[in-house]
Design a protein around this ligand. Structure first.
Ligand code: PLP
Length: 457
């Protein structure tokens, strides 16, 4: 019930939430939630009747727009028919969704485990790998620093970005080794593409050989909230080759970058790479129902025909999620939204690049399809950022949050990434005019960061 209906003011609702709920990934005392009451297409509406264009899709989940009618109708219809049955039973809707998935997933991924969140999908992936390689003792997993793989114990450890620091002290999940990213704007090797020989990919080979006992490499083919790092074209094919040469699996975490976001059904499709395992969530139901997927290749599937599979939960393969998933794929196909993301992405990229020309505090603009980062810097020449990981963890208001707040005050929601970039990842239904309007708002809001940036010739 909204605050109105409960006799509470919007301010009171916000306070109730602050006092009784955790938000997470922040100092809780800094949480002052805007209370949303309605969603419609590109827009969210708060308790005070203010509307916000969602320029990040919460982020990158509500790919087909808020309250997508087709998906919601499918959920309602399924609820009327069979709202829930345990995972050990089959359902017709689960069989239909499994057939539908085959139309869009990389062709080698033909066995599916369903769960409820991206974190769980990654948990399932690493448990599968470790079980598969148990006899050989290949239990280590390689992950990258600029990554986010989830909030559970194991996936926090897989995560490379500062969100892992606090949980690390609990020693939650041993055996994860982090490696540098294909982050050309701040190359960890101090090199420049293409002269670098894609050292970041070759380093993975080095790490695998020196670590030994590596069962898998997990990576986001295009990094999401940790900075939208788009790798050079050679990177992903080479990493797949390296995992094969070293007898390990490649896990593609497409929880955020999948579902048309980068202008292909899945980000790996941009480079024709077929991972051994793919995990995905968010856009799988257009964000309208919690659902995630761990899809595996034939080798892994055959192994578990005769070996225990230590995954599954009460709500795995929930019928409402299956119905939402079918409807979402139908919507992506009906609207041609994957191709549209590729086409509109060119316009969005061009408009964001103009911001870099105009604003001294914009250090880098990078992305693919409808997934972009605008990285802010205090000094464009030295690339010194406004904020550090320590600032983020200490609860200091970050420059990206200040710019995002300014945009919010002008009616556009944009997600602040960890630590120095804004994530632009609108629903794929966005129009060209709405892109222009939101970029114009960002243009104005960047005055906030410009005013604190160093003057650089
Ligand atoms: C790349 C990536 N992996 C995993 C996750 C975790 O997904 P969830 O929040 O659904 O557990 C996220 C969430 O943002 C993500 O972006």
């Amino acid at each position: 019930m909204s605050g109105e209906g409960a006799g509470l003011t919007p301010k009171e609702d916000s306070e109730v939430l602050r006092n009784t709920n955790y938000s997470g990934f922040r100092l809780e005392s800094t949480w002052k939630p805007v209370v949303m009451v309605r969603g419609d297409g590109m827009f969210l509406e708060d308790e005070q009747g203010r509307k916000y264009l969602d320029f990040s899709a919460q982020p990158a989940a509500v790919n087909l727009g808020h309250n997508n009618r087709h998906i919601i109708q499918a959920i309602k219809d399924q609820a009327d028919k069979l709202a829930y049955v345990g995972v050990g039973f089959g359902t017709d809707v689960r069989a239909s969704f499994s057939r539908k998935l085959k139309e869009v997933l990389p062709g080698n991924l033909n066995k599916y485990n369903f769960s409820n969140s991206g974190s769980e999908a990654n948990e399932a992936a690493v448990k599968m790998v470790r079980t598969f390689f148990k006899k050989e003792g290949k239990t280590k997993i390689i992950s990258r620093y600029n990554s986010f793989h989830g909030w559970t114990a194991a996936t926090t450890q897989l995560t490379g970005n500062p969100r892992r620091f606090a949980a690390e002290t609990t020693g939650a999940y041993p055996g994860v080794v982090h490696v540098p990213d294909p982050y050309c704007y701040r190359c960890p090797f101090g090199l420049e593409y293409p002269g670098c020989g894609v050292a970041c990919a070759e380093y993975i080979d080095y790490a695998m050989k020196n670590e030994a006992n590596v069962g898998a490499v997990i990576l986001e083919p295009v990094t999401g909230a940790s900075g939208v790092v788009v790798p050079p074209k050679e990177y992903l094919p080479r990493v797949l080759e390296i995992t094969e040469e070293n007898g390990a699996f490649l896990i593609a975490d497409e929880i955020l970058c999948g579902w048309g976001r980068t202008g292909e059904w899945f980000a790996v499709d941009n480079w024709g790479v077929k991972p051994d395992i793919m995990t995905t969530a968010k856009g799988i139901t257009g964000g309208q129902f919690p659902l995630s997927l761990t899809a595996t290749n034939k080798t892994i599937a055959e192994y578990f025909d005769e070996n225990w599979l230590p995954v599954s939960g009460t709500f795995s393969a929930h019928p409402l999620g299956m119905a939402a998933g079918i409807a979402a794929i139908e919507e992506y196909q009906r609207g041609g939204y994957v191709t549209r993301a590729k086409e509109l992405g060119v316009h969005l990229g061009r408009r964001l690049a103009e911001l870099k020309d105009r604003h001294p505090s914009v250090g880098d603009v990078r992305g693919l399809g409808l997934l972009w980062a605008v990285e802010l810097v205090k000094n464009r020449k030295t690339k010194v950022p406004f904020d550090t990981a320590d600032d983020y963890l200490s609860g200091k208001p970050l420059m990206v949050s200040k710019v995002a707040s300014k945009m919010m005050s002008m009616g556009v929601f944009v997600y602040s990434g960890v630590v120095s970039h804004l994530i632009v990842s609108p629903p794929l239904i966005i129009s060209k005019e709405q892109i222009d309007m939101a970029v114009d708002v960002m243009d104005k809001a960047l005055g906030v960061s410009d005013s604190e940036a160093d003057a650089v010739q």
